[in-house]
Ligand binder design. Structure first.
Ligand code: ADP
Ligand code: MG
Length: 456
């Protein structure tokens, strides 16, 4: 063996075991499960992390402690380098699988209940998968370091995807962690109502005082503020006051800020400041993980085939997954029977009813669209970016989103592994063009009919 081959992997592995003892299991899973040992030099160890966000977080939180541990273990000063390695294709799966792992429920040291927050909305109960990991990690980082980094933060996504759960988890976690923080959670609707009432009762000063003296302001569903100019104005001033004093703000919305209508430009630009993260519908594996978690929490016995049945049929709303489960449990208790596949199929018929859209695959959509535009199926799915292909590809992506339940991430994967933002962009393009090009709608309707007839 030559002298300059260094391998400090054993020390790294030992250091990991040590640090695991020092932090909570949740933190360990959150930050260390996504690291991989890359290699060593005489005086350093390089570890891969999946994103710059991770790198910043782990550097700030753990680097010096880890370097001390490496020193204790090896007797030498070894510096630690974190390297961002984006694992796209083969490796990505591994990381995603790990991300999907549930955060284990830890026994909280103390438990206080915040009057405005639902104590069930915690990070421990939030299952992380590919569709929500960025938002969940950002939320977690905010809860641990309010006002320090991602300020403001806006979490957006469709109905039932966990916006309220995450924004409240920030509040719950910070409330347990820090003793003297004033945390306020309201829906935008409550904010608006309280504001209007304060005008009627001439208690504007109390209203201002309530919202401008907080350390963490959490406002849920800001899409509700569309068209409400007075409330927007008030929020604008609240925002500025808090922003100037580095107080944390988190908002949620059912769509990206750019799609919020009747919102003043200055408020829009405030929301766009800081970090905007989206929640996508969970993929099949994440849905299974979420449902299993709910089953575990409710402490009931449900066969795997029933879990699979539910997750195959309910695709883009976590709340509906839960509702299906609640309904089954209620039924089983009522008739005093075990839940079987047969019972589930019968009882959940209504939840699953979407008869005319079944069996439409992206594959069929791609074939029909390629054929219509005189392109090859492979070109449409592939990486080429010529204009002749780009537009039909956008049409196909748009139709895939309209006619199937696949998430933008899943659609992107079927089109040469493109990112979900590309799919969102394509859909937006088509929607814009539908407004100006009168020939496009009949074309798309024609294609949709063809696709329906194609299905097996
Ligand atoms: P939104 O506010 O986006 O409409 P919610 O936060 O109310 O959605 O979520 C709907 C339900 O689904 C809640 O009961 C929430 O606990 C649950 N839920 C959503 N995402 C997850 C997840 N990743 N893990 C566990 N439960 C989830
Ligand atoms: Mg909500």
């Amino acid at each position: 063996m030559s002298d300059n081959v260094w391998d400090y992997k054993i020390f790294w592995d030992e250091a990991l075991k040590e640090i695991q003892q020092e932090i909570t299991e949740q933190e360990y899973i959150m930050w260390f499960k996504n690291m991989e040992y890359i290699g060593s030099t005489e005086s350093s160890v390089t570890i891969s992390v999946p994103s710059s966000f991770y790198k910043d977080q782990v550097t700030q939180r753990y680097q010096s402690r880890l370097e001390d541990l490496l020193f204790e273990l090896s007797g030498q000063r070894i510096s630690l380098n974190f390297k961002v390695v984006r694992k796209n294709n083969p490796g990505k799966k591994k990381i995603q699988e790990r991300e999907k792992a549930n955060l284990k429920v830890e026994t909280p040291k103390k438990k206080k209940k915040h009057p405005m927050l639902n104590p069930e909305y915690t990070f421990e109960r939030f299952v992380i998968g590919e569709s929500n990991s960025f938002a969940a990690n950002a939320a977690y980082a905010i809860a641990k370091n309010p006002g320090k980094g991602y300020n403001p933060c806006l979490i957006y996504g469709g109905v039932g995807l966990g916006k309220t759960h995450l924004i409240q988890a920030i509040g719950n976690s910070a409330y347990q962690e820090f003793d003297n923080l004033k945390i306020v959670y309201v829906t935008a609707e409550t904010f608006a109502n309280e504001f209007i009432q304060s005008i009627q009762n001439k208690t504007g000063h109390l209203f201002k005082n309530k919202f401008r003296s907080v350390d963490i302001l959490l406002i849920d569903d800001i899409h509700f503020l569309q068209g409400k100019e007075g409330t927007q104005e008030e929020l604008f001033h609240t925002f500025n006051a808090l922003y100037d004093s580095n107080k944390q703000m988190v908002f949620t919305s059912d769509r990206p800020v750019s799609e919020l209508k009747s919102l003043s430009d200055r408020l829009r630009s405030r929301f766009e400041r800081g970090l905007n993260v989206d929640l996508q519908p969970p993929n099949y594996e994440t849905r299974i993980a979420i449902l299993r978690k709910k089953i575990e929490e409710k402490n009931v016995d449900i066969p795997d085939e029933v879990v699979e049945l539910i997750c195959k049929n309910i695709k883009n709303n976590v709340r509906d997954l839960e509702k299906a489960l609640t309904k089954l449990i209620a039924y089983a208790e009522l008739v005093n029977k075990n839940i079987t596949l047969e019972i589930a199929q019968r009882q959940l018929k209504d939840f699953f009813a979407e008869p005319n859209q079944k069996n439409i695959t992206i594959d069929i959509i791609q074939k029909v669209v390629a054929d219509y535009f005189g392109l090859s199926y492979n070109d449409l799915r592939g990486k080429k970016r010529t204009k002749a292909i780009a537009f039909p590809r956008q049409v196909a992506m748009y139709i895939a989103r309209e006619m199937t339940e696949y998430s933008t991430t899943e659609v992107g994967l079927e089109f040469g592994g493109r990112d979900h933002t590309t799919v969102m962009h394509a859909c937006q393009k088509i929607e814009d063009r539908l407004k100006t090009d009168p020939t496009l709608e009949p074309t798309i309707l024609h294609l949709m009919r063809e696709i329906k007839e194609h299905r097996i």
